[in-house]
Design a protein around this ligand. Structure first.
Ligand SMILES: Nc1ncnc2c1ncn2[C@@H]1O[C@H](COP(=O)(O)OP(=O)(O)OP(=O)(O)O)[C@@H](O)[C@H]1O
Length: 255
């Protein structure tokens, strides 16, 4: 299933947040959205997820969700959103219970997503026993359990230290390489964008408009830490954003 954003504009009262966003998110691709603070990235993600509606324009779902999809649009948040009193497998089974899936079928799905996220040995652990990186892997496993058409990822690695972020990026790449998923990935971090994005959408400062869509052809699994080509792309993205980011920063300080 593809997602098509068709001329989306939005204001909260007179406060214009997004202007005329038209974008295709093709199935099997990771589309990163970057832009200065407050330019409307999370708002756009909420529109895609159907949590809010834009004042103008449409979010279209084109084609069918994958077979066995329980929840076409599934979020992964920065703060993991795990239930502390449930084990790793208990947190995953919760989303299946919501869809009436229990017993053997649930055990199969949980076993599969734990294996894919390398968490099999941690099935009985409680969130408090896990590091931040492991908690985010549980959140990713839980999202995969519903076999979503599109994963909506809002700064998923930004609460983690830089080493853990590197490890999680590697995990996401190997996960995608074994079984491509579709994701809209909002981030402030341009390094994450060039490591994980097939396309990187650069928004202007508020009201967010698309300044440029940068396409990266290097296969995800070949994008290594410190790769000069990726560094050059990252520098290019920063050039696109720097002045606007500075202006947006000053604007927030003046509020
Ligand atoms: N429900 C709301 N009512 C009023 N204003 C809102 C609402 N939600 C967001 N905003 C404002 O809209 C603007 C865009 O917010 P949004 O969170 O989408 O930006 P963002 O690009 O994700 O920001 P950041 O990079 O800082 O996370 C901000 O100025 C925010 O304060």
């Amino acid at each position: 299933m593809d997602i098509r954003l068709d001329a989306i504009s939005h204001s909260y009262d007179d406060f214009e947040v997004l202007r005329d966003i038209t974008l295709d998110i093709p199935a099997g691709r990771i589309v990163c959205i970057v832009g200065p603070s407050g330019c409307g990235k999370s708002t756009l993600l909420r529109f895609i997820g159907g949590l809010e509606r834009p004042r103008a324009g449409r979010v279209l779902q084109v084609g069918e969700p994958p077979a066995g999809c329980l929840n076409p649009l599934t979020y992964i948040f920065q703060d993991f959103a795990l239930l502390p009193w449930r084990t790793v497998e208990g947190n995953i089974s919760l989303v299946l219970e919501d869809h009436g899936i229990r017993g053997q079928r649930a055990r199969e799905i949980i076993g599969d997503v734990l294996a894919r996220t390398k968490l099999t040995d941690f099935a009985k652990a409680l969130p408090k026993q896990l590091s931040g990186g492991m908690k985010q892997r549980v959140a990713i496993a839980r999202a995969l359990a519903v076999n979503p058409a599109v994963m909506l990822m809002d700064e998923p690695l930004s609460a983690l230290d830089s080493q853990t972020r590197e490890l999680l990026m590697d995990d996401l790449v190997s996960l995608w390489s074994r079984q491509p998923f579709t994701a809209v990935y909002v981030t402030h971090n341009l390094n994450e964008a060039v490591r994980l994005g097939h396309q990187i959408v650069v928004l202007s400062r508020r009201p967010g408009q698309i300044r440029e869509v940068v396409t990266l052809d290097t296969p995800l699994e070949e994008r290594q830490f410190g790769d000069p080509e990726l560094d050059a792309k990252q520098k290019y993205l920063w050039q696109l954003m720097r002045d606007e980011a500075r202006a947006a920063d000053a604007e927030l300080l003046n509020v």
